[in-house]
Ligand binder design. Structure first.
Ligand code: LLP
Length: 415
C-alpha cells in the first residue's frame, strides 16, 4: 500500500496533485511520500515486535538525506556500503551506534572512520578484510565489532544481477568454511565477534530461499556455540520484493512469521536490512512526454526522463508500472515504447504500453523510490533530476535539480 492515489482524475502524492509538483519543480522529478516510507518501516518493525530486533534501512536503495532523515526520526538503523553512505547517515541525523557496514571492498580510510564514529557492526566478507579491520582497530586502540557475512549457497530465484547468495557470487564467506574463519576472528586481539550476517539477493517474491538460508545460518550458530564462540545477533539481510506490476511478494508480516517461528526459542537479536521494501513504492519518477514518434514498425513516446535517471529497465529489463498523471485524455490509446533521449537503443523506461498520449502529457513511473535516483548518472551530460518529499499537503525540495554548470564543476581544461 502506498500514498500515490488518484483523486478527481489526478494522481496525487499524499494530498498534493502531481501536476502541481511538475509545475513547481519541473520534470523529470522524483517524488517521495513520507507517510509511505514510515508505513513500510513500521511494517517491518511491528512484524518483529515479539523478538528483539533492529531494522536497518539499506542506504544504497535511496540515500537522499531527506529520506534518511525521515527514517532516522523513527529510530531506524542503517546498512551502509561505503564511507560516502556513512557520511550521509550522519548528516541526516542517523545514530552511528545503529549502523552496519557491509560490502566486499572496505577501504582503510572507510574502516577507520567507521571505528572512530563507533558503528554497531562490520559485516565482514573475507579473511583479508578481517585482518585489516583488526589491524586498524589495534592502531586506534579500540575493539571492532564484527559479523561474518556467510554465503549459504541458496538460489534466491531472482534476476542473476541481484542474486548474491550463490557460491559463484563474490559475496560473503562460504558457509562451509565459516567456522574456521570465526575461530580466527575470535583469536584476533582487536576483534569482537557479534553475529552472523547473510544476504542472499534482492526482489525475492518467495519465502522459501529466505527460510533455507536461515536454517543453514542457525546450524552454523549452533556449531559456533558448541565451539564456545558466542553469537549475539543474526543479520538476515534485505531482499524482500515488492509489487511492480504482477508480482505477489509476501508482506513483511508473513516474512517475519516464517522467520520468527524458527527464532522463537533462540536468544539472538534479529537485524534486518530492507531497502526496496521500504523505499520502492514510496517514490515515483515524474516525467513528461516530449514527442510522439510514429515509424512503420513502432510507436515511440519520447520522454524527458531516460536511463540515466532510472536505470532499472535498461539494466535488468525491469518492468515498472507507468501511468498517466491526468487520467482523462482525448487521444486514442496506442501501444508505445516509452523511451528517453539518451543515445542508446537500451534507453527505454517501458515497452509495449498501451496509453492515450499527447505531447506534453505527464506520466508517473511507479515503484521508483528504491534504486532509482540512487543509480542515476550524468550520462549524455544530463543534469540529475530534482527530488521532492511530500508530507500531507506540503512539499519539500530534498535535492535541487542539478544545474548545467554543476555538470563540469571540478573539471578543467589544460594549461
Ligand atoms: N543488504 C545488503 C548487503 C545488500 O547487498 C542489499 C542490496 C540490501 C541489504 C538491500 O536489499 P533490498 O532489501 O533492497 O532487496 N539495483 C538493484 C538491486 C541491488 C541490490 C543490492 N543489494 C535493483 O534495482 O533491482
Amino acid at each position: 500500500m502506498d500514498h500515490f492515489n488518484e483523486r478527481d482524475g489526478i494522481l496525487h502524492a499524499e494530498d498534493v496533485p502531481l501536476t502541481e509538483i511538475a509545475e513547481r519543480f519541473g520534470t523529470p522529478c522524483y517524488v517521495y511520500s513520507r507517510a509511505t516510507l514510515e508505513r513500510h518501516w513500521h511494517a517491518f518493525d511491528r512484524a518483529f515486535r515479539d523478538h528483539p530486533h533492529l531494522v536497518c534501512f539499506a542506504v544504497k536503495a535511496n540515500s537522499n538525506l531527506g529520506v534518511l532523515n525521515v527514517l532516522a526520526r523513527l529510530g531506524s538503523g542503517f546498512d551502509i556500503v561505503s564511507g560516502g553512505e556513512l557520511e550521509r547517515v550522519l548528516a541526516a541525523g542517523g545514530d552511528p551506534a545503529k549502523v552496519l557496514f557491509s560490502g566486499v571492498g572496505k577501504r582503510e580510510d572507510e574502516i577507520r572512520r567507521a571505528l572512530e564514529v563507533g558503528i554497531r557492526c562490520f559485516n565482514v566478507e573475507s579473511e583479508p578484510e578481517l585482518l585489516r579491520i583488526d589491524r586498524i582497530a589495534g592502531e586506534l586502540g579500540v575493539e571492532a565489532p564484527v559479523s561474518l557475512r556467510v554465503n549459504p549457497d541458496v538460489d534466491a530465484q531472482t534476476h542473476p544481477y541481484i542474486s548474491t547468495g550463490l557460491k559463484e557470487n563474490k559475496f560473503g564467506i562460504d558457509i562451509r568454511v565459516a567456522e574456521a574463519v570465526y575461530a580466527r576472528a575470535a583469536s584476533l586481539p582487536n576483534i569482537r565477534v557479534r553475529g552472523i550476517d547473510c544476504h542472499i539477493g534482492s526482489q525475492l517474491t518467495d519465502l522459501a530461499p529466505f527460510i533455507d538460508a536461515l536454517d543453514r545460518v542457525l546450524l552454523l550458530a549452533d556449531r559456533l556455540c558448541a565451539a564456545g564462540i558466542a553469537i549475539e545477533h543474526l543479520d538476515l539481510g534485505g531482499g524482500l520484493g515488492i509489487r511492480y506490476r504482477e508480482e505477489h511478494p509476501p508482506e513483511p508480516a508473513a516474512y517475519a512469521a516464517a522467520m520468527s517461528y524458527r527464532l522463537a526459542e533462540r536468544p539472538y537479536e534479529v537485524i534486518l536490512e530492507p531497502g526496496r521494501a521500504i523505499a520502492g513504492n514510496a517514490g515515483i519518477l515524474l516525467t513528461r512526454v516530449e514527442y510522439l514518434k510514429h515509424t512503420d514498425h513502432r510507436h515511440f513516446a519520447i520522454l524527458d526522463a531516460a536511463m540515466n535517471d532510472l536505470l532499472r529497465p535498461a539494466l535488468y529489463q525491469a518492468d515498472q508500472d507507468i501511468v498517466r498523471v491526468v487520467a482523462e485524455s482525448d487521444a486514442d490509446p496506442v501501444r508505445y515504447d516509452l523511451v528517453g533521449p539518451v543515445c542508446e537503443t537500451g534507453d527505454f523506461l517501458g515497452k509495449d504500453r498501451t496509453l492515450p498520449l499527447k505531447d506534453g502529457d505527464l506520466l508517473a513511473i511507479r515503484g521508483s523510490g528504491a534504486y532509482g535516483f540512487a543509480m542515476s548518472s550524468n550520462y549524455n551530460s544530463r543534469p540529475r533530476a530534482a527530488e521532492v518529499m511530500v508530507e500531507g499537503n506540503q512539499t519539500h525540495l530534498v535535492r535541487e535539480r542539478e544545474t548545467l554548470a554543476s555538470l563540469f564543476a571540478g573539471e578543467g581544461t589544460l594549461p
